[in-house]
Design a protein around this ligand. Structure first.
Ligand code: AMP
Ligand code: GLY
Length: 425
């Protein structure tokens, strides 16, 4: 079989790497890929945000199935367009992707289907925002409706700051484009959990649980990023918790989407806060997480292609995944300055040495190649990922590998997974 993966990040590198392990996959293409991906797949140039480009690539490469990495092509309806032309593709339709692309849609949907989530108010004007703010204690969470690459969420310590952020979301000052609505949300405290499930529109199968580290700084301080590291270990959600999350979150969402005429097929990423009142949904994503996927797929022992086909053919069952009991950890190495401005084009060394380490895989995100050398070409550059029977060993191994990699101004957090290792008081 021939598979086309759309995207160019660490998540897509992990997808390509895993799909290549399938005995049934003969060829993997990636559009556009990155320097690391292009060593393992045939890369096709093009802008993944242009549906016409993706259709032309599918026409030329004739993949048996296309797997979409990022949310943007999904939000533009790539699945609808491919399906209309009889092309097999993995991911939700444009309408189903609203669970990620519209915060107000997701919140209202959760309310209709009794999915646990924080109290909220959808505001469509500054006036409404001002009024609704009175209903919330501080800190209060302010979210711009629409895709914002992790930059659309502000945790405001005071109502004045919340009003300022909300106003900047409406005017477009905060994100570049004006938000049509702003969601106010009760601030939740607890540990975050990324609970991903595979759905064929009716049935779901959980992926291994994981935790992301969204802030740039150690101790979860500083600006929000796309994700600075992740780990996956079974103890993040024991079988009882997994069943609870399936029954109270994943299954009601999938049944609700079906009953509302927009069956959800693909990966449903449930971003949860594990609060004292129980798990609450912070957000849905309509795709694999990045960097969670790097950590999760490191633990997948069964064939990823089989799982993808089970979705397309409507036969997802508990048996589609087999997970290693090992834990895994992915440490993201970023360009200094990220998530603000940074300089690209820095030569990267140590990749060969890191590749020699056992049970380690370095996934590329923002890299390019020049004269046989790897250069940085993005904010998040590499995802150094390791697995081991114990989480502490997986973390140590990921850091051992990260330590042999060098580029000017590189930055990574030293505390990925550290909180999970502390004994609970
Ligand atoms: P979201 O894009 O909605 O997941 O928000 C990004 C990040 O902001 C989350 O991963 C949380 O760390 C934080 N966040 C979002 N909503 C809340 C909330 N209601 N309470 C506390 N933190 C939140
Ligand atoms: N790691 C968070 C995300 O993929 O949205």
């Amino acid at each position: 079989m021939k598979v086309l993966v759309i995207g160019s990040g660490g998540r897509e590198h992990a997808l390509v790497w895993k799909l290549r392990q399938s005995p049934r996959v003969r060829q993997v293409y990636c559009l556009p890929g990155n320097a690391g991906i292009c060593q393992e797949a045939t890369c096709a140039p093009g802008d993944p945000r242009q549906i016409e480009t993706l259709l032309a690539a599918a026409h030329q490469l004739q993949p048996d199935v296309t797997v979409v990495g990022p949310e943007l092509p999904l939000s533009l309806g790539v699945v609808d367009e491919f399906t209309r032309r009889g092309l097999k593709i993995f991911g939700p339709t444009q309408t189903a992707a609203q669970l990620e692309t519209s915060k107000s849609f997701a919140k209202e949907f959760m309310q209709r289907h009794q999915v646990p989530t924080a109290h909220y108010a959808v505001c469509t004007s500054e006036e409404e925002l001002r009024k609704s703010l009175g209903l919330f204690s501080t800190p209060v969470v302010v979210k711009a409706d629409g895709l914002a690459a992790g930059k659309g969420v502000v945790i405001a310590p005071t109502r004045e700051e919340a009003l300022r952020s909300g106003t900047d979301m409406f005017s477009g000052k905060l994100l570049g484009t004006p938000a049509a609505s702003v969601v106010l949300e009760e601030f939740l405290e607890g540990e975050e959990l990324s609970f991903l499930v595979l759905s064929d529109g009716e049935r779901v199968a959980p992926l291994a649980p994981s935790q992301d580290h969204k802030r740039i700084g150690e101790g979860d301080t500083g600006a929000n990023t796309g994700g600075m590291g992740a780990y996956s270990v079974d103890s993040l959600a024991d079988p009882q918790m997994t069943e609870w999350l399936l029954n109270h979150v994943a299954r009601p969402v999938v049944a609700g989407m079906k009953s509302e005429g927009m069956p959800y097929r693909g990966i449903l990423y449930c971003g949860l806060m594990m609060t004292a009142r129980g798990p609450m949904v912070l957000e849905f994503n309509c795709r694999f997480g990045d960097p969670e996927t790097q950590a999760i797929l490191m633990r997948l022992e069964s064939d990823l292609l089989e799982a993808i086909e089970a979705v397309i053919e409507g036969r997802v069952s508990d048996g589609v995944f087999r997970w290693s009991r090992d834990a895994s950890c992915c440490v993201v190495i970023a360009s200094g300055g990220y998530p603000g401005s940074f300089v690209s084009g820095k030569p990267i060394s140590g990749l060969e040495r890191a590749a020699e380490l056992k049970d380690v895989k370095v996934f590329h995100s923002g890299t390019s190649a020049h004269d046989g050398k790897f250069l940085t070409s993005g904010g998040r550059v590499l995802g150094v990922t390791a697995r081991a029977p114990r989480l502490s060993a997986a973390i140590a191994k990921a850091y051992e590998a990260a330590a042999v990699i060098r580029f000017e101004d590189m930055y990574y957090r030293k505390d990925i997974g550290a909180r999970a290792l502390k004994p609970t008081p």
